[in-house]
Design a protein around this ligand. Structure first.
Ligand code: SF4
Length: 773
């Protein structure tokens, strides 16, 4: 028994990663509170974070490697056996098909990216660059637009909500989903200040829309029509910021011509927005001294998603709300979380690789297509595509078809059940972690989180898993080679830098992350060896933005530019809470644009062609599937797939489908009934919940459900909807491949009393037994 204590770490439930303190007592994480001394979040805590103990401790944790038998069951095996067998099968696949036949899927759950640094290093050493993850399920359309407008797909816009006098929210619900630091604090401040305004564009009258000065309840799937009509209104009436456009952009004349062709009245009608409301929105934007635009998956996973991202950026630029206090900005990075891969394609399917990433929607085709370079092996780390990627049936078929599938995770997920091997990882609070979700401007924060719990017996942190595998594959030299590097690190950073660079030059096939872990990492405090790969990132960051780094870490004039990166690295690994890594002046934003003239490119030919093709007649749901379902959305008690134990939910235990009362009445059902949802690829039976904030014809299901969890007698029952049984891989963006999850055409049907009783019984058994009753 050890005495309890409060330890600093971060919340792992959304990409804001608020600083928190956890009460750890006798090896268990028992309580959570906001870390008031965190410079980033200052004690902010939402309802979800208080439930983290349900993530940290539950009875479905894996504690031994598993090997699947031919009958679909699993054998428990020793770590050494698992690693040796996996290494042999990997070698065989590389020998027969080449490294390109392997893909990494995932590489770090919600803001926990340490594992990804090691997994991607190993996959690269085997000859593969193919990576699928959640970013390419959500954001690559935005990255593609940024690549064209700003010169690199790693240029990424930040939101200075703190200082704006107009917050324009499009397809987001920050009161529930957060998405920017201390979201509720900022929304409350805006609500209380008559000089500050809030506009929300969302089909549903969300909790955020309830607070808005103007809510545009756009028809689902018609955001592009509305945004284009809004831009056209500004252009027609010459209410764009001409001085900003001339000074900072290129290509306005072409964009203006394209927007003048937009039939404003017709497209506003297609979006079901009155001209009066459109005009009111335009007037509020023009009147704002500093508007910031906050967008999310409502448009990034909606119909025309890449075009939506383009139009959103045009609105920022044409209104001149960029690069000033209280507007949108670009932000600097400690380490870009994604890459820049313009004009690259994935040979087996011909799809674009954006930000160095492949879209999960093409995963089934990448495995199943009859192509010599199709994928034969998937290495899946902290990800559950069987539940999260579009078209569960196709994803499961692809997973079963692989010659080798290895899953690294904390629990036996739906994907793990189909893997050949499952390797039990330590949880995100049992090891050193960090997040590369650092999207703030002018001050950006980084948090290296030392483990606050010991690794659960039988589990390993990812650096140890990948070390064992690399040794078995002959990709990590022995200690006779690494020890001198480690000694150099102990003597001085300069000596280590010279030795490490010489080593990498002589060993181009090495995995740098693992070499750093075993050398420099062993000199770091509090067991933070896993943070060693950040050393190179810190050096590069200091080189890119020396003044911003100096301000952030308070470096004295005696610190040379040469020493600055090492000082930054030492600062972040020594701090037990988030620490500022860059602090910019506002006018430095222009230096973050990659185009050599530091000007924004407004005219993107593919986007203007797409705009010209928009057809209001094609908007809306087809006759045979008349409802538009948002498949996945944030609620008070959901959080991607990270929580396995259903008992964590205080409300909404079944992940109910939201539906307008008139739609439910027409169907002949009532609040709380079980009803069937059918799409072109599948059927789900869900509990329905009346929500008159929904539009007529609009439905919504939450993400983060559909996981199996063992009852007390060991039976595994599925909790809530596996929403991707309804989504179809082809319902996706033509450029980015991102799914149109917010616009899934479905129909509804009543279910028999017998079927409803079966679902009701299952729900009761899950929740009673999960709660231990
Ligand atoms: S806002 Fe996100 S990171 Fe912060 S406490 Fe809530 S879930 Fe956690």
């Amino acid at each position: 028994m050890t005495a309890g204590k409060w330890l600093k770490t971060a919340c792992n439930l959304c990409y804001i990663n608020c600083g928190i303190e956890v009460w750890v007592n006798d090896g268990r994480l028992e309580k959570v509170r906001g870390d008031r001394s965190s410079p980033k979040s200052q004690g902010y805590l939402c309802n979800k974070a208080t439930r983290i103990p349900y993530y940290a401790h539950h009875r479905d944790r894996l504690t031994t490697p598993l090997r699947r038998r031919a009958d679909g069951g699993f054998d428990e095996i020793e770590w050494d056996v698992a690693i040796a067998e996996i290494a042999e099968r990997l070698r065989d696949i590389v020998d027969r098909y080449g490294g390109k036949s392997i893909a990494l899927y995932g590489g770090g759950g919600q803001g926990n990216h340490a594992g990804g640094a090691y997994a991607s290093g190993l996959i690269r050493a085997l000859g593969s660059r193919s990576v699928f993850n959640a970013l390419s399920q959500e954001k690559t359309g935005d990255f593609w637009v940024n690549g064209h407008m700003f010169g690199s797909q790693t240029c990424h816009t930040a939101e200075d909500v703190h200082h704006c006098d107009l917050l324009l929210v499009i397809g987001a619900n920050p009161w529930i989903a957060h998405g920017f630091p201390n979201a509720r604090d900022h929304l409350n401040q805006i609500r209380k200040d008559p000089a500050r305004k809030l506009i929300v564009i969302d089909p549903r009258r969300t909790e955020t829309a309830e607070m808005a000065d103007l809510h545009l309840a756009v028809r689902p799937g018609t955001d592009a029509f509305l945004l284009a009509a809004l831009l056209a209104t500004l252009v027609r009436s010459d209410r764009v910021d001409q001085a900003f456009i001339e000074e900072h952009t290129v290509g306005f004349a072409e964009v203006r011509q394209a927007l003048l062709k937009v039939p404003v009245e017709e497209w506003a009608a297609a979006a079901d927005i009155s001209i009066a409301d459109l005009e009111r929105c335009a007037a509020m934007i023009v009147a704002a001294k500093a508007m910031v635009v906050r967008v999310e998956l409502g448009i990034q996973q909606g119909i025309n998603s890449t075009l939506n991202s383009y139009l959103e950026k045009l609105l920022i630029m044409l209104s001149g709300n960029f690069g000033r206090k209280g507007t949108n900005q670009l932000h600097s990075w400690l380490q870009p979380l994604w890459g820049n891969s313009p004009n690259q394609t994935f040979a087996p399917t011909g799809d674009a690789i954006i930000g160095g990433l492949l879209p999960p929607n093409i995963f089934p085709e990448a495995v199943l297509k009859d192509h010599p370079d199709r994928l034969r092996c998937a290495w899946i780390d902290s990800s559950n595509p069987a539940n999260t990627a579009a078209n569960t049936e196709a994803v499961e078929r692809a997973l079963r078809s692989l010659e080798l599938c290895v899953v690294v995770d904390v629990a036996i997920t739906e994907t793990a059940r189909l893997a050949h091997y499952v390797l039990p990882a330590s949880s995100q609070f049992e090891k050193t972690e960090f997040t590369l979700f650092n999207f703030e401007f002018p001050t950006n924060y980084f948090h290296v989180r030392a483990g606050v719990l010991p690794p659960l017996a039988g589990t390993l942190p990812e650096p140890e898993i990948y070390t064992r595998l690399a040794i078995a594959l002959g990709l990590l030299p022995g200690d006779n080679v690494l020890a001198p590097l480690r000694e150099a690190a102990r003597r001085s950073r300069a000596e280590f830098a010279a030795a490490f660079r010489a080593f990498i030059a002589e060993n181009p096939g090495a995995v740098p992350a693992l070499v750093l872990y075993h050398t420099l990492g062993q000199t770091l405090p509090d067991g933070t060896a896993a943070a060693a790969p950040l050393w190179g990132a810190a050096l590069a960051c200091a080189k890119r933005s020396p003044q911003a780094v100096r301000r952030a870490i308070g470096a004295s004039d005696e610190v040379t530019d040469h020493q600055l990166g090492d000082l930054l690295f030492d600062t972040i690994v020594a701090a037990r809470q988030g620490t500022a890594v860059t602090r910019h002046e506002y006018d430095e934003v222009w230096s973050l644009i990659s185009h050599s003239d530091r000007k924004v490119r407004l005219a993107i030919p593919q986007m203007l062609e797409w705009l010209a093709r928009l057809d209001p007649q094609a908007a809306g749901a087809p006759k045979e599937f008349p409802f538009m379902l948002a498949a996945g959305g944030r609620r008070m008690f959901n959080a991607n797939q990270i929580f396995r134990d259903p008992a964590w939910r205080r409300e909404d235990p079944d992940g109910a489908m939201l539906i307008n009362s008139s739609d439910l009445n027409e169907l002949g059902a009532k609040d709380g009934d079980w009803i069937a949802v059918e799409s072109v690829v599948g059927r789900l039976v869900v509990r329905c919940k009346v929500d008159d904030a929904m539009r007529h014809g609009q439905l919504a299901l939450p993400h983060g459900y559909g996981q199996a969890y063992p009852t007390l007698d060991g039976e595994r029952l599925i909790n809530g909807p596996r929403i991707n049984l309804l989504t179809e891989s082809g319902n996706r963006d033509p450029i980015a491949g991102t799914p149109y999850h917010k616009n899934v055409a479905v129909r509804l049907a009543l279910v028999s009393a017998h079927e409803a009783a079966a679902y009701q019984s299952q729900s009761e058994r899950i929740h009673m037994r999960a709660a231990g009753q």
